[in-house]
Design a protein around this ligand. Structure first.
Ligand SMILES: C[S@@+](CC[C@H](N)C(=O)[O-])C[C@H]1O[C@@H](n2cnc3c(N)ncnc32)[C@H](O)[C@@H]1O
Length: 279
């Protein structure tokens, strides 16, 4: 893979060193969407693939270590073909080790897929599209590989932490990241805003719908720090920057700990669904 942007080089390097950080954060936390509680945000997406479908291909874009594909493979649904795409070799190696051999795994960029045009009925993506450069090219590729009645459904970030701990974290991180010049802007800023999805998708898709997905979490301070320490922001800090952040943040957490010592927080996500426009 040549000609990667600075962000893509960083993402490749991160996922080479740290595999499976996203399922570690989200796979065990229940997720609420449209008043329904799912076992996790991965299950929210899996629930959109009908169980009775006779013959369909599902493509997971930015599939990481294959957690979402694993949920679908576990159904052993006849006629359901699965494809995972990711630009990280290490994540795909982990996926290969855990998924059945008939799940196709492609080490490529979402902006240039080798998948045949019109051959996919469902494109899914969990916590990956908001990281991608040239999002318009990504949607053009998604539309190209989808069949005429195909759908795309993806979950992206909406709120990094919730409740008072969010501001405590920002206040602790910002001055350290600024001192270290560690800022890197991921993806297209429009993907952060609910209002922008309809416009971003409108060329190739219609019936665009956005739904909030809320993931509640009450970690201990240690669990919270462990999860944050494998995020891109913290990973880019120096060893001393990370130590300073840990110390400041854990000290600040004292004021928001519940009686049992735990922190009431969570993650806000956004589910976006859309149908392919006919060519
Ligand atoms: C935050 S992880 C999420 C992984 C997985 N979807 C999950 O939720 O467990 C983002 C993934 O997107 C992949 N990724 C980011 N940009 C990509 C691109 N342009 N093309 C293909 N994969 C990409 C990364 O390599 C990484 O595995």
């Amino acid at each position: 893979m040549n000609g990667l942007s600075a962000v893509e080089c960083y993402l490749q390097d991160f996922h080479q060193r740290i595999v499976g950080s996203t399922p570690a954060a989200f796979s065990k936390l229940p997720a609420k969407a449209n008043g329904v509680i799912h076992a996790s945000s991965y299950h929210v997406l899996a629930s959109l693939i009908p169980g009775e479908t006779r013959s369909a291909t599902v493509l997971d874009l930015g599939c990481g270590d294959g957690h979402l594909l694993g949920l679908l493979a576990d159904r052993r649904q006849p006629g359901l073909d699965l494809i995972g795409v990711d630009m990280s070799r290490a994540e795909l190696e982990a996926a290969r080790a855990s998924l059945p051999g008939d799940v196709a795994l492609l080490n490529e960029r979402a902006q240039h897929l080798s998948v045949e045009s019109g051959s996919v009925q469902f494109v899914l993506s969990h916590m990956a599209l908001m990281l991608m450069d040239d999002i318009e090219q990504v949607f053009s590729e998604i539309r190209r590989v989808l069949s005429s009645r195909g759908t795309v459904s993806f979950i992206v970030g909406r709120s990094f932490l919730s409740g008072p701990v969010k501001q405590l974290y920002v206040d602790a991180l910002r001055p350290i990241a600024k001192d270290e010049g560690a800022q890197l802007r991921f993806g297209d800023p429009r993907t952060q805003l609910e209002d922008c999805w309809a416009a971003l998708l409108s060329r190739s898709f219609h019936e665009v719908a956005c739904t909030d997905v809320d993931v509640d979490w009450t970690p201990s301070p240690g669990e919270l720090w462990e999860s944050l320490s494998t995020t891109y922001d913290v990973d880019r800090l120096s060893v001393s920057g990370r130590a300073a952040l840990r110390e400041r943040f854990l000290a600040a957490l004292v004021e928001v700990q519940e009686h049992d010592g735990r922190i009431r927080t969570g993650w806000g996500q956004r589910l976006v669904t859309a149908k392919a426009r006919r060519h």
